[in-house]
Design a protein around this ligand. Structure first.
Ligand code: ARG
Length: 659
């Protein structure tokens, strides 16, 4: 049930005599936050008055209300202030709807009339590299979008566009050839390959650091001179010179960032040199960055040895990330990694060249686009294809295979320009019917507001993070004082299950609760708390509904029977508020689709859990005054449990029967 959509249709009919675009004005309907203004408010009379000569907004609002046929839905439609129309939903309608909600598995969410084919590209880590916290954000947002869009009735295809073909494989192949012990790798492949990756990465970083020292020093010296000059110029003029002062501030900023870079590079170098063994290795691998690239090129060109190693290593790398997916309860319809498209890349380049869309420039093949300084490079001078080439091939394949109406790329905001260019080129080639959307998201920050990293300076390993969250959850939900109150007592298995559900839920919920485009600070303490906008709070609310039903000794089907006998009647405003809230579930889900923003569902669940908490405070269920009153309240309790549980499951979060 989508109340605003139903009202909007009625409004549109009522507006048809007043304007040529009734739908547009009818869409100006909003939920109110203050019940004094009804449940929904429409403010279209004011802008309409500007279009219609000789009538003021109140008169127009009056005409709309006169034409409006909502007797079956609304108790009142009043005009307030300069011409707001306040609509209050009828109690009988609410009661009837609650009765329907109670037994409905879909929680009154109707499948869309025109289902779309939607491809969701998400998670997509670069295997062989440790997966990081940015990939978890993509995984969690993408998974919940796929669940929600699927539940709304769309045909969703999920695809994990694994980075399984890039330089990181060149790195492990190089590492294996130079430092690997085949027996050790065979015995313990996953940690051993990770070790090789880290070693090669460290050596490459070291070379980069070494190479950056001289340029950094030079930049510092040059900037220092400029700073001195500008300071002297400023001192020489008496007039305040805003522009110069700004320039000076910029120079000083540049200076300090060059100094930081130099210090970071020197620290890296010192760390390697501190260990004579590593220092010697670093010395022996002076051209490692080029050599790693060469290994990657050999792999791409079909070199037998490298291809064999790749085939041997890839399953291990996949096992590693699959462990994390299992833990997160995330799965994909397809996992078509970059390697899958390798044989299609040359054709993509040829097609663009043939159509006159791509040109050679300095030996590379490029697509020049309006509005960008740099072109999209689709083949490098040395013949290598790029990330963009693969994405073009992927799009073509998806068009041919899945016939999508929408393709969603759930990827870090930092790849914004890549996707803008990709979408432009896609249009040029003729993929112009499909809606392409970069569902971008911000960075996860640590408690100090910096991009989250571990002590060693690498992006935090995911598994450790999940373990920490589960441990944090355990300390909150299984603390001895809470456990002492559990009747029957909670055995170890149940405690483990709850800690896991709340801990993993906490990580997911925190990712989803913020609008995806904003950065957010990761705080383990806050995210496992039982108070506030957390998954634990919603899970706890679900558990409370279940415990009330148990104490009363009833269940859903018994409540349905009781409702048939007594019918539903509201005697307390908190009941009505909660009932209306429960009917807004579909609205929340449609809002998620409109902005590809699962936080709309999170906000809804939090508001519903709060409405449920006030209801619990105001209204006795067990000791309700009459049987009839208790029946209505039980219907609310059971439905709240159903809606919250369904909502959590659409976020990919488990509920527990008690906690
Ligand atoms: N593997 C990429 C990364 O980790 C993300 C891929 C996103 N999907 C895509 N079709 N480009 O940065």
């Amino acid at each position: 049930m989508h109340l605003p959509a139903i009202l909007q249709e009625r409004l549109s009919d009522a507006l048809s005599g007043l304007t040529d675009s009734p739908e547009q004005y009818a869409s100006m309907i909003r939920g109110t936050t203050d019940p004094a203004f009804g449940d929904y408010q429409v403010n279209c009379a004011m802008p309409l008055a500007k279009q219609i000569d000789g009538k003021n907004p109140r008169e127009i609002a009056g005409e709309i209300v006169d034409n409006l046929k909502v007797d079956d839905l609304c108790q009142s439609s009043d005009i307030a202030g300069p011409g707001f129309i306040n609509l209050k939903i009828d109690d009988q309608f609410l009661a009837d709807s609650l009765a329907k909600l109670l037994g409905d598995e879909r929680c009154l969410v109707q499948p869309v009339n025109a289902p779309k084919n939607i491809v969701v590209d998400f998670s997509s880590p670069n295997v062989a590299k440790p997966m990081h916290v940015g990939h978890i954000r993509s995984t969690v947002i993408g998974d919940s979008l796929a669940r929600i869009l699927g539940f709304l009735g769309h045909n969703v295809t999920t695809d994990n566009h694994l980075g399984d073909w890039g330089t990181q494989f060149g790195m492990i192949i190089y590492g294996y050839k130079h430092f690997g012990d085949p027996d050790v790798v065979k015995k313990n492949p996953v940690p051993e390959l990770a070790l090789l990756y880290r070693k090669v990465n460290q050596l490459i970083d070291y070379r980069k650091a070494v190479a950056s020292v001289e340029p950094s020093k030079q930049a510092i010296a040059e900037t220092e001179i400029l700073v001195k000059q500008t300071e002297a110029e400023l001192a020489a003029t008496e007039k305040p010179n805003k522009k110069k002062r700004k320039a000076l501030a910029n120079l000083k900023r540049r200076l300090s960032s060059s100094q930081d870079n130099l210090a970071a590079a020197q620290a890296k170098i010192a760390a390697v040199l501190a260990d004579p063994e590593t220092a010697k290795t670093a010395d022996q691998h002076a051209t490692i960055d080029k050599d790693v690239l060469a290994e990657t090129v050999k792999l791409h060109e079909g070199d037998e040895e490298n291809l064999t190693l790749w085939k041997e290593f890839l399953p291990f790398c996949k096992d590693e990330i699959n462990r994390i997916y299992d833990r997160l309860h995330v799965s994909f319809d397809h996992t078509l990694g970059e390697s899958f498209y390798h044989s299609m890349l040359a054709d993509v380049v040829d097609e663009l060249v043939d159509k006159g869309l791509a040109k050679k420039s300095d030996g590379a093949v490029c697509v020049f686009l309006d509005g960008y300084d740099a072109p999209m490079i689709i083949r490098k001078q040395d013949g290598a294809f790029l990330y963009a080439t693969t994405d073009l091939a992927t799009l073509k394949y998806r068009e041919d295979t899945f016939n999508p109406d929408e393709v969603l790329y759930v990827v870090d905001s930092r790849q914004g320009e890549h996707f803008q260019k990709l979408f432009q080129v896609a249009k040029l080639i003729g993929h112009d019917k499909v809606h392409l959307e970069h569902v971008n998201f911000g960075t996860v920050l640590d408690e100090n507001g910096r991009p989250m990293k571990t002590r060693s300076g690498t992006l935090i390993g995911l598994e450790g993070l999940l373990d920490d969250a589960v441990a944090g959850a355990r300390s909150v939900v299984c603390d001895p004082e809470r456990l002492a109150k559990m009747d029957p007592p909670m055995d170890q298995d149940e405690q483990n299950a709850i800690a896991e559900a709340v801990g993993i839920g906490a990580i997911k919920y925190a990712d989803l609760a913020h609008h995806r485009t904003s950065d957010y600070r990761f705080s383990l303490t806050k995210m496992v708390s039982l108070d506030g906008n957390t998954s634990a709070y919603i899970q706890y609310s679900v558990a409370r509904t279940q415990s009330i039903l148990q104490k009363v000794g009833t269940d859903q089907s018994a409540i349905i029977d009781r409702v048939a006998q007594h019918s539903i009647q509201f005697t307390d405003p908190a009941e009505r508020t909660l009932a209306l809230m429960l009917l807004k579930f579909e609205e929340a889900l449609v809002n998620v689709h409109n902005d590809y923003a699962p936080n709309q569902l999170v906000d809804y669940l939090f508001d519903t859990a709060k409405a449920y908490a006030s209801f619990n405070e105001q209204c006795h269920v067990m000791n309700a005054e009459t049987d009839a009153i208790q029946t209505t309240r039980l219907a609310l309790v059971a439905s709240t449990g159903n809606v919250l549980k369904k909502g959590l499951s659409l976020l990919g979060i488990a509920s527990v029967p008690r906690m």
